[in-house]
Structure formats: C-alpha cells, structure tokens
Design a protein around this ligand. Structure first.
Ligand code: ADP
Ligand code: ZN
Length: 720
C-alpha cells in the first residue's frame, strides 16, 4: 500500500498521513486535496523523513481525494518553507500558504468569465446602478470583484448584466506572457556601471549562490546595472525575481523595464485580480513567466528555474512583514538564493547596518557605484535650525525654506516638501474641555483627513466624519488641529503660492499603479510645481526638473528610543534628498530640525555617511544589539486586558535559565492596544551563538493558553 505525508493548510494541525489511492501518483511537492473530518482541505505532499515520524496504522488512513493539475512545489522552495517556519517560529502551513498564494490558482479551469461595462446605459438607471457603472469604469473582473469595486451587492451587478450594461468576456488563464528580449535595447553604461553589471551578470551566468550588496548613491543607475543580471538570466533561460518595496513604485519601474526588454514583466502584488493571480502563478510554476516584479509576497512563489533575485531598495523596512508570519523579505531572499543556487542582489543607496555588517564579515560581496550617472551631482544638504530660524507663528515652513521655494519656482523648477505624516493633523483636541480624539480600538490618536472630512485611525482604519462639536462638552467651534500632516503643509503652500500647482502624494492619493502613472505624467509634463508627500515619494522617482527638497520635520523619526531611529532617519532623508538634482541642474536640500547638532543631521549635512555608520555600528556593538546580539519579541494579546496581562506574566515566570539569553518585561507593547486587543510584550535578548528559536520553541511549547489569548513571536523585530 502506498502512503504519504501531507502538510495540510490548517495551522493547528501537524503533518498528517494519507493513503494514495490506486491510479493516483504523487511526489514531494504535489498539491493535493485531503479529507479532514467532514471537510476537504488543500495540502502539500512532503518528504516524510523531514517531518518527524508520527506513524498512523495503515488501517486508519484515509484516501487522498485529488491532485492539483499544477507542477509540484519544487524542492528548493520546500527547503525555504522549512527554513522560514523554523527561523521565524511559524507553522509550516502558514508559510506554505504564501507559496500557494491563492487556492484558486490550483483549480483546473483554464477559461473563466470576467465582466466589464459595455458602455450601454441601462433603461432603468437607479442611483446604485449609476454608482456601480461610474466606479467600475473600464475595469474588468469577476462579479464579486466588480461588486467590491463599486461598493454594491452582487445582485446589482447581475442586474446590470441582464440589462446589457455589463457583459461577460472569456479569459484564457493559460495565455502566455510575452517574452522579454535581453537584446531589445541594451544600455550604454558608464565604465563603473559596466564593471558592476559585468560582475553581476557573470555571477548570474555562473548559477551559484552568492549574495551581493549593490551599493550605489541615489541616481547612480543601480536599476540599469542589475537589469544586466536579469538579461544574463534571460539568456540562460532562467527566471528573475525583482522585489520592490511599494506597489506605487512599479509604474515608473515597468516603464524602464519595458524600455530595456521590450515587454512588461509579470507583476505580483496584492492588487491583482484573482484571474491575474491564477495566470501569473501558473506561469511562474511552469517557468513561462521569465521576470517577476513583485512585493515581498512574490518571494514564496514556486519559480521553476530561478536565476537571480534582486531586492531593490533593500534597506526598506516595509520588507519586514508585521503580521501573520513575521518574516523579513530581505533575509528570506538571501536564503532563497542559497536554496536555489543563484545570486541575490541587494540594491540600496543606504544599506542597512545589518547588510553592511555582512559585507564586513566577507559574506556578501560589495559592488559600488560611487557617483551619479552622467553630469548629475549629489545635492547640497543644509540644516535649518528651527529654534534659530522659526517659521511664522502657526506656519511650518521656515523663512529660508520659503525663500528657496520662491527662487526655485522663479526658475521654473520643481519643489518637493517631505513630511512623513498623512492627513491634516495628527491630533485633534477641544480647546474648551481638553478632550482628545482617540481611537476606541488602538492606543492612537484619530488623524484628521480634511480632504475627505473624516477622522481616521492609521492602525485599524476606524473612521468617522469630523464632528463639528466636541462630543465631551458639546462646545461648538472649539476643536483645534494640533501639528501638521501633508494636507496642512499643502494648505500653507496654497496660501503662500496661490498660482503654483500643488500635488499631495501619499497612500491616500496614490493608491494604485494607475494613480502613480498619472502623477509621474503630470510631473514630467511640468503640470505640478510643488509636491507635498510622505515616504511614498522618497524613492524610485526620477524627475530631472526637481531641484529643491524641503524636509519639514527631520526630528519626527527620532522620537521614541527605537534602536534604528537614527539609521532610519539617515536613510529616509538621504532617499528624499536623492530626489533633488537628478538631471543637469544642481539640487538643494533644506532639512528643518530642532536638533542640528544630532549626529545623524551632521552626517547628512557633511555627507559623511561612513563615520555616521561607524558610530552607529559601534553603539550597536556596545549594546550587543543587532547585528551583534539578537532580539525576539513575544507579544501576548487578548481582547481581555487582565487575561493578556496574566498570561504574559505566566510566560515570564517560566523563562528558562539559558546562558546568553536575557528576557525583559512583560511591559505594555509599544502599541498597548491594537485593533481592540490589549498587548503585552516580552523582549528576548540573546547572543548570536545561541539558537534562541529553539529555546523559545521549547519554552512556549510547554505552556498553554486558552483560545482567547494570542502569543506571537517576532524574531528580529523592527518597531521597538
Ligand atoms: P538609482 O536607482 O541608483 O537611484 P537609477 O537607476 O534610477 O538610479 O538611475 C538614475 C537615472 O539615470 C535614471 O533616469 C536612469 O535611466 C539614468 N541612467 C542611469 N544609468 C544610465 C545609462 N547607463 N544610460 C542612460 N541612462 C542612465
Ligand atoms: Zn485604531
């Protein structure tokens, strides 16, 4: 009799054994449907010897129900799934779920029907129908997807189909993606770029694991360079994966990619429709999708023959996943390269201290691009001491910044004002009684969004219309906005420069690739004079006529003693500064701060990144903080505060005595309440040589808590 071991898609269950019925063949990696009680679940066949030996008698085995008509999960990805589960203390099935990405990718169907507007107005045009047609526009999708886009019920969409206003179209999920041509338009590289590109291309051709740090200043042409490694992979008929931190970035990126290779790459991100997802997943698994550009979730897809992995803007903290499996895509990318046997290129102008440390240890090879491409020079950075040169009362732009904006606009050039805060004001309070608007679900203030006239929590999404009276004392006209967000800066700009064309760029305004494309188009056409934006504008974009960058509040990220606060501030301001003067005109960056003497501000002004990094690294070494020592956070949460508190204490009482490990807390987590759950945190500090995951696994494995408590472990945590 043939039996097999399966990881089933249920985090509460370990691997289970099944019988392989006659006529069915499976191998490790096969995606199967299994019975579990009365239900059917997806699972993946695994090598039994890698999962322990929990033998079940043959007579109690149930039959596998079906095998999916897709290639099995390849061995290198199976090893990556195991490594990720082990390192980040996550269930195998939770990691595997990311590889399967969407179960619908596995359905045998090759043709599906999607729907789109015909342009015909239905005879009976109810307000709901009108809303649906307006919102759907020229988009296409399943009935369910269109209903979501239009914010109406499925029945409304079906009614529109009956009325002839929406029609079905067949979509072939096996239709091929166009092939990128490595010789379409090779770039003319500078000698430094050529040398870097040759190194990376040779490593790709060699098809062996090797991690690289592509360390090039902003505007040095890192993209041009790593695309040559992609070209090498294409010539060797291997796949490439390019990870990018934000969806909004894909648009300018896609353009450049198309310029280089003649066609668009395959995109992978959360905004895909289910049909796009299925088509991409299958093409990736068969190897037909040659180049995939995606968000971090693209890392776990079942590439058939991976030839190179690029992590662009590798220092970005958005590569760290903060819920579900708490993994860091940069680090997992390196492990994937190891299992696949291919080079991994981490590209950044401001590499993380962790990454620089790997270079120092000789584990990653550094490839440098020290100069901007062509005639472009790095911008001049100056600090504005807000104590010495304060803005006019009630304003946020210091006089020197205003003067610089005047001059820039007079020359017909563009300005970027950077403030990493969405909305109008981060806090609203009542002048009469002192009431502050707080989120009922989170330890956070409600942020005013004046453009849509709502208060909103940036953590859980709770929102309501901005009230006119104070809910506490009923006083009218007593509410005051405290502090600035980008909308408030845009207001100030509008008051100072009524004739200037201003755009606000945040995730509220640029929420799709199409919106990003529209923004890029307007910038390039000179249709925008002043951009006010959050970190969304700090990277990737290339606007040659943008010559002045103003940083409204450089101190914002330095608050709260986060381990990486100074490093992050350095990275963020370097990146936003990197938007200035990328063409032939020189750029200027003015950084408003209350702490011009802070090490990070001095480093930015002097341009001496090396001594800044050296000092930061020393401080980390001193404190035995990462990359020297290691941290793990254990977060105990529950809707019941007392229960969470009590469980956290129980966890703390059973801390094992292990050399090289110390546990701090429990204490309320930095966000003491989040989405209605109270959170307590224990912080584990350990030396590198200790297998701290193993210790934590044993420690927590011996404890029990009810279903009302959640205990999450975050290995190598970020926000603390
Ligand atoms: P980085 O990612 O290092 O900040 P980019 O790759 O965005 O830099 O390059 C900056 C600009 O210079 C882009 O517009 C890019 O197209 C251009 N560029 C870089 N190298 C070349 C080259 N060899 N030939 C033509 N244009 C280049
Ligand atoms: Zn909230």
């Amino acid at each position: 009799m043939s039996r097999t071991r399966v990881i089933v898609m249920n985090a509460a269950l370990g691997p289970l054994d099944y019988r392989v019925p006659h006529g069915m063949t499976v191998e490790p990696g096969s995606i199967v449907v299994v019975p579990l009680g009365p239900r059917q679940l997806l699972g993946v066949v695994w090598e039994p010897e890698r999962l322990g030996t929990e033998e079940v008698g043959d007579n109690r085995l149930r039959n596998l129900l079906a095998v999916a008509d897709v290639p099995p999960i390849p061995a290198p990805l199976r090893r990556l799934v195991e490594w990720t589960a082990d390192y980040y203390l996550a269930p195998l099935s939770a990691v595997l779920r990311m590889a399967l990405a969407s179960t619908s990718a596995l359905e045998g169907q090759k043709l599906i029907v999607e729907y789109r507007a015909t342009g015909t107005v239905p005879p009976r045009l109810t307000p709901q129908r009108e809303q649906a047609l307006v919102r759907i526009g020229d988009r296409q999708g399943l009935i369910r997807e269109l209903a979501t886009i239009a914010d109406v019920s499925d029945a409304v969409i079906r009614g529109l189909v009956k009325a002839g206003a929406i029609e079905g179209v067949e979509v072939d999920l096996d239709s091929p993606f166009p092939l990128p041509d490595p010789d379409h338009a090779p770039p003319l590289l500078s000698p430094e770029q050529r040398a870097a590109a040759d190194t990376l291309a040779a490593a790709t051709t060699a098809a062996a694991f090797e991690p690289f740090l592509l360390d090039g200043v902003t505007g040095s042409g890192k993209t041009e360079v790593y695309l040559e490694a992609v070209a090498a992979a294409l010539r060797a008929d291997r796949q490439s994966l390019i990870l990018l931190p934000e969806i909004a970035l894909t648009e300018p990126f896609l353009k450049r990619f198309t310029g280089r290779f003649g066609v668009e790459p395959v995109a992978w991100h959360s905004g895909l429709r289910s049909s796009q997802r299925r088509r991409a997943w299958r093409a990736i698994a068969t190897g037909e999708a040659k180049v995939v550009v995606g968000a971090r979730s693209a890392l776990f897809l079942p590439y058939a023959r991976l030839g190179v992995i690029v992590v662009d803007e590798a220092h970005e903290t958005s590569f760290k996943q903060e819920d579900g499996v708490h993994y860091h895509a940069r680090d997992v990318a390196v492990m994937r390269g190891r299992f696949e046997g291919c080079p991994v290129i981490l590209a950044s102008a401001t590499p993380a201290i962790e990454t620089r440390h790997q270079v120092e240890l000789g584990r990653y090879r550094e490839v440098k691009l020290p100069d901007r491409y062509g005639a472009a020079q790095l911008p001049r950075i100056e600090a504005i001491d807000l104590l010495a040169e304060p803005p006019v009362r009630g304003r946020w732009l210091a006089p020197r910044l205003v003067t610089a904006i005047d001059a820039t606009l007079a020359r017909g050039e563009q300005v970027l004002l950077f403030l990493n805060r969405r909305g109008y004001a981060p806090l609203t309070l009542c002048r009469t009684c002192g009431h502050r608007f707080q989120c009922p679900n989170c330890t956070a203030w409600m942020v005013e969004h004046r453009l849509i006239n709502r208060l909103s929590c940036h953590h859980c999404g709770h929102a309501y219309p901005t009230p006119r009276a104070c809910p506490e004392c009923s006083d009218e006209d007593s509410l005051v906005a405290c502090g600035p967000g980008v909308e408030r800066i845009a207001d100030e700009v509008a008051a100072l420069y009524p004739d200037a064309k201003t755009a606000i760029v945040t995730s509220d305004t640029i929420w799709s690739p199409a919106k990003a494309a529209e923004f890029v188009g307007r910038m390039e056409a000179g249709d925008i004079d002043i951009v006010v934006g959050t970190q969304l504008v700090t990277k990737g974009y290339h606007f040659p006529n943008l010559t002045l960058v103003g940083v409204i509040d450089a101190d914002l990220g330095l608050e709260g003693g986060d381990l990486r606060a100074a490093e992050r501030t350095f990275q963020q301001i370097s990146q936003v500064a990197g938007r200035a003067g990328r063409g032939t005109k020189p750029g200027t960056v003015l950084v408003q701060t209350h702490a011009p003497g802070a090490r990070v501000i001095e480093a930015l002004v002097s341009g001496d990144a090396e001594s800044f990094y050296a000092a930061e690294t020393d401080a980390r070494r001193e404190a035995d903080a990462p990359p020297f020592g290691r941290f793990a956070a254990i977060v105990v949460s529950s809707e019941d505060k007392a229960l969470a508190d009590q469980t956290a204490r129980t966890v703390a009482r059973s801390v094992p005595q292990v050399d090289g490990m110390h546990v701090f807390g429990p204490a309320p987590a930095p966000l003491a309440m989040l989405r209605g759950r109270h959170r307590f945190r224990l912080l584990v500090h350990a030396t590198r040589s200790l297998d701290v995951q193993d210790v934590i696994r044993d420690w927590l494995g011996a404890l029990d808590w009810g279903p009302k408590v959640r205990v999450a472990v975050d290995v190598d945590p970020y926000n603390f």
